[in-house]
Design a protein around this ligand. Sequence first.
Ligand code: CAA
Length: 291
Amino acid sequence: MAIQSVGVIGAGQMGNGIAHVFALAGFDVLMNDISQDALDKAVSLIDRNLERQVSREKITAQVKSDAMARISTTLKLSDLGRTDLVIEAATERETVKQAIFEDLVPHLKPETILTSNTSSISITRLASRTDRPEKFMGFHFMNPVPVMQLVELIRGIATDEATYKALHAVVEKLGKTSATAEDFPAFIVNRILMPMINEAVYTLYEGVGSVSSIDSAMKLGTNHPMGPLELADFIGLDTCLAIMNVLHDGLADTKYRPCPLLTKYVEAGWLGRKTGRGFYDYRGDTPVPTR
Ligand code: CAA
Protein backbone atom coordinates (compact mmCIF):
# COMPACT_ATOMS: atom_id res chain seq x y z
CA MET A 1 0.00 0.00 0.00
CA ALA A 2 1.30 3.48 -0.88
CA ILE A 3 1.49 5.67 2.20
CA GLN A 4 0.51 9.27 1.50
CA SER A 5 -1.30 10.52 4.59
CA VAL A 6 0.04 10.36 8.12
CA GLY A 7 -1.71 10.96 11.43
CA VAL A 8 0.43 12.13 14.34
CA ILE A 9 -0.99 11.80 17.86
CA GLY A 10 0.53 14.24 20.36
CA ALA A 11 1.80 17.72 19.51
CA GLY A 12 4.67 17.78 22.00
CA GLN A 13 8.42 17.79 21.43
CA MET A 14 8.47 14.55 19.41
CA GLY A 15 5.09 14.95 17.66
CA ASN A 16 5.93 18.32 16.19
CA GLY A 17 9.33 17.15 14.96
CA ILE A 18 7.73 14.09 13.35
CA ALA A 19 5.07 16.24 11.65
CA HIS A 20 7.85 18.56 10.43
CA VAL A 21 9.89 15.85 8.69
CA PHE A 22 6.89 14.08 7.15
CA ALA A 23 5.47 17.33 5.71
CA LEU A 24 8.90 18.20 4.32
CA ALA A 25 9.12 14.79 2.65
CA GLY A 26 5.79 15.32 0.85
CA PHE A 27 3.34 13.44 3.10
CA ASP A 28 0.00 14.96 4.13
CA VAL A 29 0.09 15.30 7.91
CA LEU A 30 -2.86 15.45 10.28
CA MET A 31 -1.83 16.28 13.86
CA ASN A 32 -4.02 15.45 16.82
CA ASP A 33 -3.84 16.52 20.46
CA ILE A 34 -6.33 16.98 23.29
CA SER A 35 -5.31 20.65 23.57
CA GLN A 36 -5.88 23.26 20.84
CA ASP A 37 -3.22 25.39 22.48
CA ALA A 38 -0.68 22.54 22.09
CA LEU A 39 -1.63 22.14 18.42
CA ASP A 40 -1.28 25.90 17.77
CA LYS A 41 2.09 25.98 19.54
CA ALA A 42 3.31 22.95 17.55
CA VAL A 43 2.38 24.53 14.22
CA SER A 44 4.15 27.77 15.07
CA LEU A 45 7.22 25.85 16.27
CA ILE A 46 7.31 23.86 13.02
CA ASP A 47 7.07 27.17 11.15
CA ARG A 48 10.03 28.53 13.13
CA ASN A 49 12.13 25.38 12.69
CA LEU A 50 11.45 25.31 8.94
CA GLU A 51 12.39 29.01 8.80
CA ARG A 52 15.66 28.14 10.50
CA GLN A 53 16.30 25.64 7.68
CA VAL A 54 15.44 28.33 5.08
CA SER A 55 17.82 30.83 6.69
CA ARG A 56 20.62 28.22 6.67
CA GLU A 57 19.83 27.54 2.99
CA LYS A 58 18.95 23.90 3.67
CA ILE A 59 15.53 24.38 2.00
CA THR A 60 13.90 27.15 -0.08
CA ALA A 61 11.05 29.40 1.07
CA GLN A 62 8.79 27.63 -1.47
CA VAL A 63 9.62 24.19 -0.01
CA LYS A 64 8.82 25.56 3.44
CA SER A 65 5.43 26.97 2.43
CA ASP A 66 4.54 23.74 0.58
CA ALA A 67 5.40 21.76 3.73
CA MET A 68 3.33 24.06 5.98
CA ALA A 69 0.37 23.69 3.58
CA ARG A 70 0.49 19.90 4.03
CA ILE A 71 -0.02 20.14 7.82
CA SER A 72 -3.49 20.26 9.33
CA THR A 73 -4.69 19.72 12.90
CA THR A 74 -7.67 18.20 14.66
CA LEU A 75 -8.88 17.73 18.23
CA LYS A 76 -10.85 14.62 17.14
CA LEU A 77 -8.85 11.41 17.33
CA SER A 78 -11.41 9.71 15.05
CA ASP A 79 -10.35 12.02 12.15
CA LEU A 80 -7.07 10.09 12.00
CA GLY A 81 -9.00 7.00 10.93
CA ARG A 82 -8.72 8.03 7.28
CA THR A 83 -4.92 8.22 7.25
CA ASP A 84 -2.62 5.49 5.86
CA LEU A 85 -0.16 5.55 8.75
CA VAL A 86 -0.68 6.61 12.37
CA ILE A 87 2.24 7.55 14.62
CA GLU A 88 1.40 7.79 18.31
CA ALA A 89 3.73 10.23 20.08
CA ALA A 90 1.75 10.93 23.26
CA THR A 91 3.01 10.88 26.84
CA GLU A 92 5.39 8.01 27.64
CA ARG A 93 2.88 6.20 29.87
CA GLU A 94 1.52 2.82 28.90
CA THR A 95 -2.02 3.42 30.20
CA VAL A 96 -2.28 6.66 28.19
CA LYS A 97 -1.06 4.98 25.00
CA GLN A 98 -3.39 2.00 25.45
CA ALA A 99 -6.39 4.28 25.99
CA ILE A 100 -5.53 6.18 22.79
CA PHE A 101 -5.28 3.00 20.71
CA GLU A 102 -8.56 1.70 22.14
CA ASP A 103 -10.34 4.94 21.15
CA LEU A 104 -8.73 5.07 17.72
CA VAL A 105 -9.06 1.47 16.50
CA PRO A 106 -12.81 1.50 15.69
CA HIS A 107 -12.26 4.41 13.27
CA LEU A 108 -9.31 3.00 11.32
CA LYS A 109 -9.31 1.80 7.70
CA PRO A 110 -8.41 -1.91 7.60
CA GLU A 111 -5.09 -1.23 5.85
CA THR A 112 -3.84 1.57 8.12
CA ILE A 113 -0.48 0.86 9.75
CA LEU A 114 -0.36 1.72 13.46
CA THR A 115 2.89 2.75 15.12
CA SER A 116 4.13 4.09 18.41
CA ASN A 117 7.10 6.41 18.93
CA THR A 118 7.57 4.90 22.38
CA SER A 119 11.17 4.98 23.54
CA SER A 120 10.91 1.87 25.72
CA ILE A 121 7.46 0.29 26.16
CA SER A 122 6.83 -3.22 24.78
CA ILE A 123 5.56 -3.05 21.19
CA THR A 124 4.15 -6.58 21.47
CA ARG A 125 2.08 -5.58 24.51
CA LEU A 126 0.80 -2.34 22.93
CA ALA A 127 -0.02 -4.22 19.68
CA SER A 128 -1.93 -6.93 21.51
CA ARG A 129 -4.49 -4.34 22.66
CA THR A 130 -5.35 -3.39 19.05
CA ASP A 131 -7.20 -5.21 16.26
CA ARG A 132 -4.05 -5.37 14.08
CA PRO A 133 -0.90 -6.63 15.84
CA GLU A 134 0.47 -7.69 12.42
CA LYS A 135 0.23 -4.07 11.21
CA PHE A 136 1.71 -2.58 14.38
CA MET A 137 5.32 -1.45 14.88
CA GLY A 138 7.61 0.66 17.00
CA PHE A 139 8.71 3.76 15.06
CA HIS A 140 11.21 5.53 17.27
CA PHE A 141 12.48 8.97 16.25
CA MET A 142 15.31 10.82 17.99
CA ASN A 143 15.17 14.36 19.32
CA PRO A 144 15.53 16.87 17.62
CA VAL A 145 13.74 14.95 14.87
CA PRO A 146 14.58 17.33 11.99
CA VAL A 147 18.30 17.00 12.77
CA MET A 148 18.83 13.40 13.90
CA GLN A 149 19.50 10.84 11.17
CA LEU A 150 18.29 7.69 12.93
CA VAL A 151 14.88 6.03 13.18
CA GLU A 152 14.64 2.78 15.15
CA LEU A 153 12.24 0.21 13.66
CA ILE A 154 10.94 -2.26 16.21
CA ARG A 155 8.95 -5.34 15.24
CA GLY A 156 6.51 -6.81 17.73
CA ILE A 157 6.22 -10.58 17.85
CA ALA A 158 3.30 -10.50 15.39
CA THR A 159 4.45 -7.74 13.00
CA ASP A 160 4.32 -8.93 9.38
CA GLU A 161 7.01 -8.45 6.74
CA ALA A 162 4.84 -6.16 4.57
CA THR A 163 4.46 -3.70 7.46
CA TYR A 164 8.18 -3.76 8.20
CA LYS A 165 9.03 -3.17 4.51
CA ALA A 166 6.50 -0.35 4.22
CA LEU A 167 8.03 1.51 7.20
CA HIS A 168 11.54 0.85 5.98
CA ALA A 169 10.58 2.57 2.70
CA VAL A 170 8.98 5.48 4.59
CA VAL A 171 12.23 6.07 6.50
CA GLU A 172 14.11 6.20 3.17
CA LYS A 173 11.58 8.68 1.79
CA LEU A 174 12.23 10.86 4.85
CA GLY A 175 15.94 10.84 3.92
CA LYS A 176 16.77 9.15 7.23
CA THR A 177 18.43 5.85 8.12
CA SER A 178 16.81 3.03 10.07
CA ALA A 179 18.24 0.57 12.57
CA THR A 180 16.16 -2.51 13.29
CA ALA A 181 15.73 -3.60 16.89
CA GLU A 182 13.98 -6.56 18.46
CA ASP A 183 11.26 -5.86 20.98
CA PHE A 184 13.11 -5.93 24.31
CA PRO A 185 13.04 -3.16 26.93
CA ALA A 186 14.25 0.21 25.58
CA PHE A 187 15.36 -1.36 22.24
CA ILE A 188 18.90 -0.32 21.16
CA VAL A 189 19.48 3.42 21.63
CA ASN A 190 17.96 3.78 25.09
CA ARG A 191 19.26 0.41 26.31
CA ILE A 192 22.74 1.85 25.87
CA LEU A 193 22.20 5.61 26.32
CA MET A 194 20.09 5.62 29.50
CA PRO A 195 22.44 3.51 31.65
CA MET A 196 25.20 5.93 30.58
CA ILE A 197 23.12 8.92 31.66
CA ASN A 198 22.11 7.14 34.88
CA GLU A 199 25.79 6.39 35.58
CA ALA A 200 26.60 10.08 35.03
CA VAL A 201 23.98 10.91 37.70
CA TYR A 202 25.60 8.34 40.06
CA THR A 203 28.98 9.97 39.33
CA LEU A 204 27.46 13.27 40.46
CA TYR A 205 25.61 11.68 43.42
CA GLU A 206 28.79 10.05 44.72
CA GLY A 207 30.74 13.30 44.35
CA VAL A 208 33.19 11.99 41.77
CA GLY A 209 32.60 15.11 39.67
CA SER A 210 30.47 18.24 39.47
CA VAL A 211 27.84 18.80 36.76
CA SER A 212 30.36 20.85 34.72
CA SER A 213 33.25 18.45 35.12
CA ILE A 214 31.15 15.41 34.19
CA ASP A 215 29.75 17.11 31.10
CA SER A 216 33.08 18.57 29.92
CA ALA A 217 34.82 15.24 30.54
CA MET A 218 32.38 13.41 28.28
CA LYS A 219 32.13 16.17 25.66
CA LEU A 220 35.86 16.73 25.29
CA GLY A 221 36.96 13.23 26.23
CA THR A 222 34.63 11.26 23.97
CA ASN A 223 33.50 13.85 21.39
CA HIS A 224 29.83 13.69 22.36
CA PRO A 225 27.96 16.82 21.16
CA MET A 226 26.40 17.23 24.63
CA GLY A 227 27.52 16.02 28.05
CA PRO A 228 25.30 13.30 29.61
CA LEU A 229 23.69 15.64 32.17
CA GLU A 230 23.01 18.34 29.57
CA LEU A 231 21.54 15.62 27.34
CA ALA A 232 19.39 14.31 30.21
CA ASP A 233 17.96 17.83 30.67
CA PHE A 234 17.35 18.01 26.90
CA ILE A 235 15.49 14.67 26.84
CA GLY A 236 13.59 15.35 30.10
CA LEU A 237 14.51 13.82 33.46
CA ASP A 238 11.03 12.29 33.84
CA THR A 239 11.54 10.47 30.52
CA CYS A 240 15.02 9.29 31.59
CA LEU A 241 13.62 7.97 34.88
CA ALA A 242 10.68 6.27 33.14
CA ILE A 243 13.06 4.49 30.75
CA MET A 244 15.36 3.37 33.61
CA ASN A 245 12.30 1.94 35.37
CA VAL A 246 11.30 0.05 32.21
CA LEU A 247 14.84 -1.42 32.00
CA HIS A 248 14.90 -2.25 35.72
CA ASP A 249 11.46 -3.90 35.71
CA GLY A 250 11.75 -5.52 32.27
CA LEU A 251 15.24 -6.99 32.63
CA ALA A 252 15.12 -7.54 36.41
CA ASP A 253 18.78 -6.67 36.84
CA THR A 254 19.99 -4.32 39.62
CA LYS A 255 22.51 -2.78 37.26
CA TYR A 256 19.59 -0.75 35.87
CA ARG A 257 18.45 0.73 39.21
CA PRO A 258 17.67 4.43 38.78
CA CYS A 259 19.99 6.75 40.73
CA PRO A 260 18.19 8.20 43.79
CA LEU A 261 19.39 11.66 42.76
CA LEU A 262 17.59 11.32 39.42
CA THR A 263 14.42 10.37 41.29
CA LYS A 264 14.86 13.37 43.61
CA TYR A 265 15.14 15.83 40.70
CA VAL A 266 11.99 14.38 39.14
CA GLU A 267 10.12 14.55 42.47
CA ALA A 268 11.14 18.21 42.75
CA GLY A 269 9.63 18.87 39.32
CA TRP A 270 13.10 19.76 38.03
CA LEU A 271 12.61 17.95 34.75
CA GLY A 272 15.24 19.73 32.64
CA ARG A 273 14.87 22.33 29.93
CA LYS A 274 11.11 21.99 29.62
CA THR A 275 10.53 23.14 33.22
CA GLY A 276 13.41 25.65 33.31
CA ARG A 277 15.51 23.61 35.76
CA GLY A 278 17.23 20.24 35.90
CA PHE A 279 20.96 19.56 36.25
CA TYR A 280 21.22 23.13 34.94
CA ASP A 281 19.11 26.17 35.73
CA TYR A 282 17.89 27.65 32.43
CA ARG A 283 16.02 30.63 33.85
CA GLY A 284 18.80 33.14 33.21
CA ASP A 285 20.70 34.02 30.03
CA THR A 286 23.10 31.09 30.27
CA PRO A 287 22.52 27.67 31.89
CA VAL A 288 23.98 27.46 35.43
CA PRO A 289 24.81 24.03 36.99
CA THR A 290 22.59 23.20 39.97
CA ARG A 291 25.41 21.20 41.65
N1 CAA B 1 14.63 21.88 13.69
C1 CAA B 1 15.41 22.11 12.62
N2 CAA B 1 16.75 22.28 12.70
C2 CAA B 1 17.31 22.24 13.92
C3 CAA B 1 16.57 22.00 15.10
C4 CAA B 1 15.18 21.81 14.94
N3 CAA B 1 14.40 21.54 15.99
N4 CAA B 1 17.42 22.00 16.15
C5 CAA B 1 18.65 22.22 15.67
N5 CAA B 1 18.59 22.36 14.32
C6 CAA B 1 19.71 22.53 13.39
C7 CAA B 1 20.32 23.89 13.43
O1 CAA B 1 19.65 24.76 12.55
C8 CAA B 1 21.74 23.63 12.98
O2 CAA B 1 21.78 23.50 11.56
P1 CAA B 1 23.15 23.72 10.70
O3 CAA B 1 24.01 22.52 10.98
O4 CAA B 1 22.68 23.80 9.30
O5 CAA B 1 23.76 24.99 11.21
C9 CAA B 1 22.04 22.27 13.59
O6 CAA B 1 20.76 21.66 13.82
C10 CAA B 1 22.81 22.37 14.85
O7 CAA B 1 22.07 23.19 15.76
P2 CAA B 1 22.67 24.38 16.63
O8 CAA B 1 23.80 25.05 15.90
O9 CAA B 1 21.54 25.24 17.10
O10 CAA B 1 23.20 23.68 17.93
P3 CAA B 1 24.30 22.60 18.17
O11 CAA B 1 25.35 22.61 17.13
O12 CAA B 1 24.65 22.78 19.58
O13 CAA B 1 23.50 21.21 17.98
C11 CAA B 1 22.10 19.46 18.66
C12 CAA B 1 22.33 20.96 18.67
C13 CAA B 1 21.84 18.99 17.21
C14 CAA B 1 20.87 19.21 19.51
C15 CAA B 1 23.39 18.73 19.22
O14 CAA B 1 23.76 19.27 20.45
C16 CAA B 1 23.20 17.24 19.38
O15 CAA B 1 23.28 16.47 18.43
N6 CAA B 1 22.93 16.79 20.65
C17 CAA B 1 22.69 15.40 20.97
C18 CAA B 1 21.27 15.07 20.63
C19 CAA B 1 20.93 13.64 20.93
O16 CAA B 1 21.73 12.84 21.40
N7 CAA B 1 19.68 13.29 20.67
C20 CAA B 1 19.18 11.98 20.93
C21 CAA B 1 18.55 11.99 22.26
S1 CAA B 1 17.98 10.37 22.66
C22 CAA B 1 16.48 10.28 21.98
O17 CAA B 1 15.96 11.18 21.38
C23 CAA B 1 15.82 8.98 22.18
C24 CAA B 1 14.90 8.89 23.34
O18 CAA B 1 13.97 8.13 23.24
C25 CAA B 1 15.11 9.61 24.60
